[in-house]
Design a protein around this ligand. Sequence first.
Ligand SMILES: NC(=O)c1ccc[n+]([C@@H]2O[C@H](COP(=O)([O-])OP(=O)(O)OC[C@H]3O[C@@H](n4cnc5c(N)ncnc54)[C@H](O)[C@@H]3O)[C@@H](O)[C@H]2O)c1
Ligand SMILES: [Zn+2]
Length: 362
Amino acid sequence: MQRLGVTSETVHYDVVVGRGAWRALREFARSGYTSVFLLTERGLWNHWQEPFLRSSGLKTAQRVFVPSGEASKSLRMVEQVAGELLAQGADRRSLLVAFGGGVIGDLGGFVASTYMRGIDCVQVPTTVVAQVDSSIGGKTAVNVGAMKNLIGTFYPPRLVAADPVVLTTLDERAFRSGFFEVVKHAVLSGPRLFDEVECALDSLRPERAASLGPLLAHAASVKVDVVSRDEKEAGLRRVLNLGHTFGHALEEATGYRRFLHGEAVGWGLLGAVRLAELLGLMSPASSQKVVALIRRVGPLPSIGDLKAGRVLKLLPRDKKAVGGRIHWVLPERIGKVRIVADVPPAAVGAAFRDIQRADRHE
Ligand SMILES: NC(=O)c1ccc[n+]([C@@H]2O[C@H](COP(=O)([O-])OP(=O)(O)OC[C@H]3O[C@@H](n4cnc5c(N)ncnc54)[C@H](O)[C@@H]3O)[C@@H](O)[C@H]2O)c1
Ligand SMILES: [Zn+2]
């Protein structure tokens, strides 16, 4: 078990990753909260409540359930959860524990940041994405209509406790999809994490997830480092968007139905690598290594049938910049990326068509 610290000018909190991490919640059970509330999903909770309550010591916590799925990240659900907290007696000195994936984490963080102008929040992430990424950094949000994460806050949790044992109940596809984000962290971080991921891929199965603590801790430390240095996305934090430019466009072009988020990021990484190669930023040797690793993580739903023009129109632009420039995070080698704002659209189109062509010929 590893204890990492997010430390910025304004906050400090621990991110505990590994077997036994839930025990770190014991100090919270004793630290003077008037009450503790667990926000979670019923199916997930039914499976994990017994070991979680035993390790965390939160036996008297009250529960609030929301349905699983992205649709729960809504203002309507914020209102519903707040109403339920109030009905169950939550006050300003209550603690909210968000037990779930990124959806529960984002919703729980948002509710905690606004309920009675803010109550303490602890994140207990239960998916790969949540353990290495979304639970860390204090970004919370809900969606409005089709606009993802339109309303949100920066609200750091008091603690993040990630035990990989919980990943054993993920289905194979959801489990693997989170590892495309781990590959993203490896490309940002360098050869050490990259090699660790390569080794882990031989036996990457949900039922063996409990042994992944050291790898997940290393992957989480990449996010911990970045957000410690750039809490509110002034600049450095943008590197975390690696793979997400094409990724978001692909999710939107398919109505968020074809890809799990991590899978869209998998394609996004392949696109970013190809674009970096076309621009002469990345050597073919480095790019082949990254491509091979992504391919080994697992199969990706096809992109061969998508209209390239439509996907390219959906690339997320910087709304603050004149003409809506796109900030590309492009790898130069494993462990080094560069942010480029003036990539010629023709090169972007060529990179996307190249990964589509490679997909069709598989
Ligand atoms: N705040 C941030 O910085 C940040 C970063 C990245 C992503 N996000 C957000 O995170 C969300 C995606 O997160 P996610 O991929 O964890 O999705 P999710 O929370 O929807 O979880 C995916 C699915 O797995 C199920 N599940 C969760 N834990 C499980 C377990 N241990 N066993 C079995 N099933 C389990 C859930 O019920 C759900 O159906 C998106 O809304 C995204 O916007 C936020
Ligand atoms: Zn992501």
